[in-house]
Design a binder for this molecule. Structure first.
Ligand SMILES: [Zn+2]
Length: 280
């Protein structure tokens, strides 16, 4: 079934990459550090953002080379966040059973909540789940769970439920190529195993950068602004600064889970400042 509905998409060599929305979540600007919330609000207003606290959730469908790959799986309705991935995949012409591989950028609930349904069944019955080994070990560690603040314990349960639901088809990696033409890019800080994926085909490139930003109109111009969801905010800031330098120098096409519903962008540096230009 092909759909006439337009989802944001890009062609990278033989690969077709489509941004599939899971919906959104809301997070207070008070979660940001290194910035006054009033200044953060002003930046959202100046950028024309309508709902200042809304964070869009994207997943990415990658088709080509005989594969049907999903990168991240959205929130699945956890805390009323997102939950639209499955419906939108079907609208894009893909049944969950057709997904052969799921690459995870990390295992926060807005990325793995959509892996399991409410009855405890795996949503993607034929998919191998591919994730950095450090991400699995972090969430499986009982010491980390017991040290976590009360409000963060649910994150462990969601991650564990997902890993458990796919345990007979879970593949972990340390570095390098995870699928033909798809290379893991370590982006630690947001979580221990937070990973981007560089897709290369026919001399063209795309970087899926995961959660390098949550509020793009704030954190791209101000890479020093961290968010409370970061496990190590200093490292997250350093990783974001390093990556913005790289993708602007290389003029690399990027995709991001919280980059807005437009899904794809380039980062440009003018003088000392970074800005985002959406594609499509
Ligand atoms: Zn996220």
């Amino acid at each position: 079934m092909m759909s006439n509905l337009a989802f944001p998409g890009q062609q990278v060599g033989d690969l077709t990459i489509t941004a599939i929305s899971d919906g959104s979540l809301n997070a207070s600007l008070d979660f940001l550090s290194n910035i006054d919330p009033a200044d953060a609000s002003r930046m959202q207003e100046d950028a024309g953002v309508k709902d200042y606290t809304s964070i869009h959730i994207n997943c990415y469908l990658v088709r080509g080379g005989g594969r049907t790959i999903l990168i991240d799986a959205g929130a699945g309705g956890f805390k009323q966040w997102g939950g639209q991935l499955k419906t939108n995949l079907v609208l894009a012409g893909i049944r969950p059973s057709e997904i052969d591989t799921i690459l995870l950028t990390h295992a926060h609930p807005d990325h793995v909540g959509g892996l399991m349904d409410s009855s405890g069944e795996a949503v993607f019955p034929n998919a191998e789940l591919v994730v950095h080994h450090r991400e699995v070990s972090f969430w499986q560690d009982d010491g980390n769970l017991s040290r976590a603040p009360e409000h963060a314990r649910g994150n462990f349960l969601v991650a564990r439920r997902a890993f458990d639901g796919y345990r007979d088809r879970l593949r972990t990696f340390d570095a390098g190529e995870v699928l033909p033409g798809m290379t893991a890019v370590p982006l630690p800080g947001h979580t221990e195993g937070h990973t981007g994926y560089r897709l290369e085909s026919g001399g063209q490139n795309l970087l899926v950068w995961g959660d390098i930003v949550h509020f793009p109109q704030i954190q791209i111009p101000r890479p020093d602004v961290a968010i409370a969801f970061d496990q190590d905010s200093d490292l997250a800031v350093a990783t974001r600064s390093r990556l913005l330098d790289l993708v602007s120098s290389e003029q690399l096409l990027i995709a991001g889970m919280h980059l807005s519903e437009l899904g794809f962008a380039h980062i440009k540096r003018t003088g000392g400042n970074y800005g985002v230009t959406y594609e499509g």
